[in-house]
Design a protein around this ligand. Sequence first.
Ligand SMILES: *Cc1c(COP(=O)(O)O)cnc(C)c1O
Length: 422
Amino acid sequence: MDNQFFKFDDRLNNAAKEALEKAKGAFARIDEMTEYNQHKVLSAFIENRVSETQLWGTTGYGYGDSGRELADKIVADVFGAEDAIIRYSIACGTHALGIALFSLLRPGDNMLCITGRPYDTICPVIGMDGKNGQGSLADFGVTYLQTDLDENGHLDYEAIEKAVKANKIRLVYLQRSRGYTLRDSLSVEEIGKAVKIVKENSDALVMVDNCYGEFVEKTEPTAVGADLIVGSLIKNPGGGVAKCGGYMAGTKEAIDLCSYRLTTPSLGKEVGASLESTREILMGLFHAPHVVGEALKTAVFAASLFEDFGFETTPSSDEARHDIIQAIKLKNSENLIAFCQGLQKGSPVDSYVTPEPWDMPGYPCQVIMAAGAFTSGSSIELSADAPLREPFAVWMQGGLNFHSGKIGIMLAAQEMIKRNLI
Ligand SMILES: *Cc1c(COP(=O)(O)O)cnc(C)c1O
């Protein structure tokens, strides 16, 4: 393939062609799943009779904001939940997860996380690592318990059953995505199995950190009995359109509790002006299944190409996917730096910027990041992060459309070729 706009050498062009050929089966599966999810979303819009005037938004208290209520209803329908909350006033995924945790837990309660150590930003919310005094769950007398993943990185069902039988657990918490570790992400089916064990052996509620998982499968964890799922709108469900925000979806009881924490007891979901957010929230949700499909194709292509160059990938190009994250073990710092600097060159925004490793707060080593996004920090847009330490892996995700995502991945490879690294 001769490219008029990007000059890749023959070796890379041939490798890309082979990578695409190898990815054919995976692409067909992604297309099938994307079409299913897109139809699901479109039918929810039609069933709920979305009208143009509902997209305009409200000011002040926001009483009777039918657009806001409509967006909540559509999210609930799409995710197979009784009720939902989707808002720009939720700052980010961590904020959404924090609201949910404080909504479902009370002083004296036990919380059990069944996927090992939670995502970095959630640990201070729980009050792990002794960093208390800011109003963490620990400060309010909530006890944190944990079961670890088994040696293969999967749920340890026996340990979960033992833990829920031995302790009075109010909330079981699990993280669907691998996050920035090399464990596998969890399938909805595996989550369903864990929910069944928890519900058979206790009265605990189950909450899922659903970040990066939305629309990657045909159903969400709410369909297999999770009481609450929570995520960020600058990832999958924002479709690359939402400018910020978060959501939660689940049982009526769980969402009512969340609404009293989101605003305040008695007011709940009745207030909260949507300003001009409703149009973007709904447009983003409408695009989300397709955009997630494009991000998945970008990830599969990256895995396939870098496998050709002899690198280990997780998930591999033909493995089932349960989130949009692709990790590639690039073996050393030089490769990580070249990859991120090359990827940046393929961004629609800030393509001319050269990312450099920096001492990121909270990290014991330098980290390099590539991000050239329309929305700051958006990781449904093509982006990559790499801590410069063992296992020398880059975690990449996103890509609003495959055609541009593919160029970003190829520019990352080209930069490595140019520096004689591959
Ligand atoms: C992104 C993410 C979060 C929340 O992060 P924010 O940066 O606050 O949006 C939580 N858990 C996981 C697994 C994530 O990927």
